[in-house]
Design a protein. Structure first.
Length: 136
């Protein structure tokens, strides 16, 4: 498992998010003509954690989580973004077998966009620093 798949699994299992988007939590891209509202998770960058003796086993990554809602649903997109933040920011969790452990999640920034062209949707982008490791 990788860090973005762990975040997708964690968000998909969250009851508050499910109440807002159902099962529409996607990894990397939305399906063509996706039903909204929805959440998308993507890896922005990933480093290797080091100490003086080499890798320390903890991997920091920047993950972007987007909340999408169709116009004029600004309030819906904000509610989804808040539910995502509640599920991630400051949290620790494990997913899968062998366990993939997320040892810390910290929100870095939040941006609200309106995509006016043919999509006409509200998008809230939130970036998180996610520290993780695989437990052997």
């Amino acid at each position: 498992m990788n860090v973005e798949a762990a975040v997708v699994a964690h968000l998909a299992s969250d009851m508050a998010i499910a109440a807002l988007v159902g099962t529409r939590v996607y990894h990397l891209k939305l399906p063509q003509s996706a039903k909204l509202p929805a959440v998308r998770v993507q890896l922005i960058d990933e480093q290797v954690g080091y100490q003086l003796r080499g890798e320390d086993g903890a991997t920091p990554a920047r993950i972007q989580v987007d909340a999408f809602a169709a116009e004029p649903a600004y309030d819906v997109a904000i509610a989804i973004a808040k539910a995502v933040d509640d599920a991630l920011s400051g949290q620790r969790f494990s997913v899968g077998s062998p366990a993939f452990e997320v040892i810390g999640v910290f929100r870095l920034d939040r941006r609200v966009m309106y995509e006016a062209e043919e999509l006409r949707l509200v998008r809230v982008l939130q970036d998180y620093r996610v520290w993780s490791r695989t437990i052997h």
